[in-house]
Every structure is written in C-alpha cells, then in structure tokens.
Design a protein around this ligand. Structure first.
Ligand SMILES: NC(=O)c1ccc[n+]([C@@H]2O[C@H](COP(=O)([O-])OP(=O)(O)OC[C@H]3O[C@@H](n4cnc5c(N)ncnc54)[C@H](O)[C@@H]3O)[C@@H](O)[C@H]2O)c1
Length: 338
C-alpha cells in the first residue's frame, strides 16, 4: 500500500505518519506539505532515510507538485489545510485558496492517477452549532466561520467529484483533536505554553462553549479504518463523545501544571463563535472503530509532552515572525504579559 498524506508535517498529519508507519510496517508513504508556519519537518525527522518514507515539499495548489507526489501512490489521505479559525476571521483568502482550491487540484490529480481511494479530512465544524443532540452525516452543512465554510466547500466539492466522475472519495468529519505536535496557537497548546511562561490565559467570553475532544491517535486509527473499510461516497463522523467546556479544560490544565486559576482572563468572545459541537458516530463504529483513550489520561500525557518538549514550542513561539504577528493582532491590549 502506497499512501499520499497531504499536510503530513502538521499536527494531525505528523501523528498520522507515525501511526501508519508503526501500525502498517509494509506501507509506503509520501508526504506532500508546503511547510507553512504550521508545518514542521522536524516532526517527521525520525523517518528521514527510511525507504518507506518520502517527503515532497510543495503546495496542494500546484498541479506539478501534486503530480510528483502522486507518483506511485494508490490512495490519498488529504489533511493539508489552513486550520486556525481566528486567522480565517482576520483574512479568509488563503483559506479559500488552500482548502477549496487545493482540494480541487488534488481531486483532479486523483482522477489522472486513478487513485483507488481519496479520504478528505473534513471537520465537525461544517455542521455549525447544535444546542442539544448530535449531528448525523446526512444533516445539512451550516458553517459559521470562514475556516469552516472553506472546509465545507472542500467537503462538498469532493462529494460532487464522487457524484460526477465516480472518484472514490470518502469524507471524515472529526471533532477537536489533542495530543503532541499541535501548533501553540490552538487552545490546549496555547494555554499550556502561556501558563508555563507565567502569562495569562485569554478565555473567550464566558468560556462555556462546548467541544468534543478526541485523542489524535484515536483520530488516526479512525482514518485508517475509513481508508481500508469505508464505502466510497460516504461521510463518517469521528468523535470520542467527550464533551467539555473551554473553561473546564482551562481550569484542568492549570491544575495539572500546578499553576493558579488567577491566570485565567476572560476576553471578548470570538465573533460568530459556535456554542456547541456534537456528532453522532454510529456509522464509523459500525466499521469496528471505537476510541481507545480516556480524556483525562490523554490530557495528562499531552501536558507531559509539552513540558518535556518546551524547546519545540518555544522555538515556534519565539523565533517565528508569523506567530508574533498573529499573537499581537489577536491579543494585543487584552493581556498583561505575552
Ligand atoms: N486539529 C483538529 O482538531 C481538527 C479537527 C477536525 C479536522 N481537522 C482537519 O485536519 C486537517 C489537519 O489539521 P491540523 O490540526 O493537523 O492542521 P495544522 O495546521 O497543524 O497542519 C496543516 C498542515 O498543512 C500544511 N499545508 C497548509 N497549506 C498547504 C498547502 N497549500 N500545500 C501543502 N501543505 C499545506 C501545513 O504546512 C501543515 O503542515 C485539516 O484539514 C483540518 O481541517 C483538524
């Protein structure tokens, strides 16, 4: 099996590369990644030189790079994307170019190269907010942010390619992931890095927004199940069913670090902030998947990873101009330190 993984140098992508090469020793992987601010080739350093692993630096929006990366591949797990909601609110253009435009280029490539399976990693955010109950895969999409709208565009485009050309597309819509290698602008690593440096933790609004959290490794296992056992043209929700408010997670992180709750600072809510996400995962479970990890155990392991890998996130926070620009734009004037 030769799989193309797009976005393999990012958070979920690098965890997925580790997972696949460890659990499918006979598989070959090509990673296509343009190494944006969120991509870190060092995340994959342990596989450099392994004959099963190939890295192509290039953009999914570039048909030539896509052709090169697809050579020899029989399937594709497509994760490459612009992923941060706050950034999409400041400027959505790159989100459309990468998430919609790049997906179109990949889908065309999948047809040219006659791939046997093309898994698009979408998100639960495409459904929008739900006050109670859980979304089914057949529910309409109602995205609220430029990020989730661009993901919904990619999701629908992929389904249209299945419908029109018979491209063997499968879609996954997953909830919030957590674990190692997550860029320190997303809630858990951002708050961990803030707290470890003694800075305040900016909680949006009342902090009572509910998210369903899944261990990134459980998500990787779900992607492998969908790739190997899913039906083309189908959508699969992915989630562990562990709902927590942002405030509760923030308080727990501070407890685990032994830091005071007084570091919490409520700031103005994110515009258009969805209140609650929840998905029904019956369809995926029928393929034989279930989450293996407990929320608390993963959270403790994640805190431990960020403690042991301080140099990794400090480097991203301190040296990368991109991060500084974003941080100042997002939090300037709201926080004491930073
Ligand atoms: N993180 C989550 O909780 C979550 C939940 C559900 C779905 N998803 C989806 O999973 C995928 C991966 O998310 P993540 O959190 O790992 O993201 P991430 O931001 O950590 O990584 C994205 C990766 O894509 C690469 N990339 C960006 N633009 C590219 C381009 N034009 N060409 C090639 N590579 C490019 C980046 O360099 C980076 O390595 C995304 O599609 C995201 O929408 C994420």
């Amino acid at each position: 099996m030769h799989i193309l993984v797009t976005g393999g140098a990012g958070f979920i992508g690098s965890n997925l590369v580790h997972f696949l090469l460890e659990h499918r020793p006979d598989c070959h992987l090509t990673v296509l990644d343009s190494l944006t601010y969120a991509g870190c080739r060092q995340n994959l350093a342990r596989w450099e030189g392994d004959p099963r692993f190939r890295f192509v630096e290039g953009s999914i929006t570039d048909p030539q790079a896509v052709d090169l990366a697809m050579q020899g591949a029989r399937t594709c797990l497509h994760l490459a994307a612009e992923t941060h909601v706050d950034r999409s609110i400041h400027d959505g253009a790159q989100f459309i170019a990468t998430n919609v435009g790049g997906t179109q280029v990949l889908l065309d490539g999948a047809r040219r190269h006659e791939l046997e399976r093309f898994v698009l990693v979408s998100t639960d955010e495409v459904y929008g907010s739900i006050p109670e109950g859980s979304f089914l895969e057949t529910d309409p999409l109602c995205p609220s942010s430029p990020y989730s709208a661009s993901k919904a565009g990619a999701d629908l485009l992929a389904l249209a390619h299945h419908h029109t050309y018979g491209t063997p597309v499968l879609i996954t819509r997953c909830t919030n992931n957590f674990g190692p290698y997550q860029y320190p602008e997303k809630l858990i690593p951002f708050f961990l890095s803030q707290a470890m440096q003694g800075h305040e933790l900016p909680v949006y609004g009342d902090g009572l927004q509910v998210r369903d959290w899944i261990d990134v490794e459980d998500h990787c296992e779900a992607l492998l199940q969908v790739l190997e056992k899913g039906s083309p043209g189908e959508v699969y929700n992915v989630g562990a069913g562990h709902e927590v408010t942002n405030l509760e997670i923030t308080q727990t992180l501070l407890d685990l670090l032994g830091k005071p709750q007084s570091l919490i600072r409520h700031v103005q809510d994110r515009p258009g902030h969805d209140r609650r996400y929840s998905v029904d995962t019956t369809r995926l479970r029928a393929l034989g998947w279930k989450p293996r990890h407990e929320f608390r155990e993963t959270l403790e392991r994640t805190v431990d990873w960020y403690r042991r890998n301080q140099a990794w996130w400090e480097d991203l926070r301190r040296k990368r101009e991109e991060y500084q620009k974003f941080y100042e734009q997002q939090y300037a004037g709201r926080l004491g330190g930073g």
